[in-house]
Each structure stands twice: as structure tokens, then as C-alpha cells.
Design a protein around this ligand. Structure first.
Ligand code: BGC
Length: 269
């Protein structure tokens, strides 16, 4: 491994790293020199593909099954990570899902599932990581920070989304969760940052890009006129986790081709 890489000697955990944005982030962190735990909820085969891609490129990774909304499973995952890698330097809270429904038809189960995975999952993982960051403090020569937490949010942290109220509420919640723990943990030299992706081409939004008609409609919401790729978010996450971003904490970086620029106003209003 090249010791000059920005995340050399660091250990990272990426939740939901078996597909989509999480996979893109895991590959980018590994490419920057980090060892990576590939968390997945259900798809072991896909998680192993991510691991194999990393190891084939000379990196280090292992897959671990845990539902991030279950405290005991999260704690077992961190215990295994500490057992294998000794500690954690970077947590990427990425696991997330949608259970879309018209508001008046939304079931309590649809609401709870989305809040539990998207928001409570970030709480459970961040708490375990923060405990370890506080315990170990800054390790000379490894990173200027004692630890970094990246919270995967969405443009729907600020853009209301009819038919997806549970999802938008979870992402709005992530924003204040991220800022509040950033404020509390900064004195411990722990950085907490949000990423707000726009439309990224992944399984979660397949219906929005897999036909020319759907894609055209989607692109009307994106001034930069292209759909994002998991690698776009991966590169941003690797940079945010590195010391080049050491003075960034408590803010969300939107990476959305301009989706948050109210494109409907470009020729209107
Ligand atoms: C959602 C996608 C959606 C995108 C832009 C994301 O957070 O998961 O389904 O395409 O936001 O609206």
C-alpha cells in the first residue's frame, strides 16, 4: 500500500456498502488507502463483490451483516471491527431506504421503517464511533482529527418531497442530528459532516432514470443536465474524510448538479 495516500493507516466503516452510493464510497475510501468494513443488511453476495473489488485492487476489507436500526447488531459489528482493525477512524452513515406512499395512505410501519433505518441507524452507529474516537483521541501521524463521521443525507434535507414524507423527514432529521453532534464533539477533535446527494444513478431511484421519458423528466430538475454517479459521491466522501478537509465540520455539502437551485425558477417567477 502506498503510505502517501490521504487515508493510509485508517480504518473506515461504511453502512449499506453492498450497493449504490455506499459501494461507491467504500471503493473510494479503499482507493485512498483506508481499510473498510462493508456493512450490509441483506445482500451478502453483493457485499462480497464490493470486498473482492477492494482486495483485487490491493486494499483491505471485510463484509459484516447488521441492520443498523438494531442496537445489538450495531454493537456486534463495531466489536468485530475493533477486533480485526483495532479501532475506527472514519464512519460513513450511508444505509438508507425509501418506503414511498401518499401521506394519507402511509402506514405506521412505512413511517417507522424509514425513520428507524435512516435516522436511528445513524444515531446508533455514530454513538459507537464517537465513544471510540473520544477514548483514543488524536493519533499522531494518522490524522489531525480523532475521528470523522460522514452522514449521508439528501437534497431532501431541504427540498420537501410529496409522496415521500417519511424519507424527507428522516433527512431533515439527519441535518440537525449531524449539526448537534458536530457541536458537541468538536472539542474532542471529531468532525461530523453531511453529504446531500441529488439524483445519483442507483437502485433506490431506478424508476426515475431507467426509461428515456423518466430520465428526461428527472433531468428537468437538474440544471447541470446529468445524473450523478456513485463515484461522484465517493470522491467527495474520501476528500471530506481526509485532512485536506480538516477545518470542515457541522455542515452539509450538497452534490446535486444544481438540484437545490430551484430550477423551476430559471424561466419562471
Ligand atoms: C432519493 C432519490 C431521488 C433523489 C433526488 C434521493 O435522496 O433517494 O430517490 O432521486 O433524492 O430527488
Amino acid at each position: 500500500m502506498n503510505s502517501t495516500r490521504s487515508l493510509s493507516g485508517q480504518s473506515a466503516l461504511v453502512t449499506g456498502a453492498d450497493s449504490g452510493i455506499g459501494k461507491g464510497v467504500a471503493l473510494a475510501l479503499a482507493q485512498a488507502g483506508a481499510r473498510v468494513v462493508i456493512n450490509y443488511a441483506h445482500n451478502k453476495d453483493a457485499a462480497e463483490v464490493t470486498v473482492n473489488e477492494i482486495t483485487a485492487a490491493g486494499g483491505e476489507a471485510f463484509a459484516f451483516q447488521a441492520d443498523v436500526s438494531h442496537e445489538a447488531e450495531v454493537q456486534a459489528m463495531f466489536a468485530e471491527m475493533f477486533n480485526r482493525y483495532g479501532t475506527i477512524d472514519i464512519l460513513v452513515n450511508n444505509a438508507g431506504l425509501q418506503k414511498d406512499s401518499k401521506f394519507v395512505d402511509m402506514t405506521l410501519d412505512q413511517w417507522n421503517t424509514v425513520i428507524n433505518v435512516n435516522l436511528t441507524g445513524q444515531f446508533l452507529c455514530s454513538r459507537e464511533a464517537a465513544r471510540e474516537f473520544v477514548r483514543k483521541g488524536v493519533v499522531e501521524g494518522r490524522s489531525r482529527a480523532a475521528g470523522k463521521i460522514i452522514c449521508m443525507s439528501s437534497v431532501h434535507e431541504v427540498i420537501p418531497w410529496a409522496g415521500h414524507v417519511n424519507y424527507a423527514a428522516s433527512k431533515g432529521g439527519i441535518s440537525m442530528f449531524m449539526k448537534s453532534i458536530a457541536q458537541e464533539l468538536a472539542p474532542h477533535k471529531i468532525r461530523v459532516v453531511g453529504i446531500g446527494p441529488g439524483a445519483i444513478q442507483t437502485p433506490i431511484n431506478k424508476a426515475a432514470w431507467d426509461t428515456p421519458e423518466a430520465l428526461e423528466k428527472l433531468l428537468s430538475l437538474i440544471p447541470y443536465n446529468r445524473i450523478g454517479k456513485p463515484e461522484d459521491i465517493g470522491k467527495l466522501a474520501a476528500w471530506l474524510a481526509s485532512d485536506d478537509a480538516d477545518y470542515i465540520t457541522g455542515t452539509t455539502i450538497f452534490m446535486d448538479g444544481g438540484m437545490t437551485l430551484y430550477p423551476g425558477f430559471a424561466d419562471n417567477g
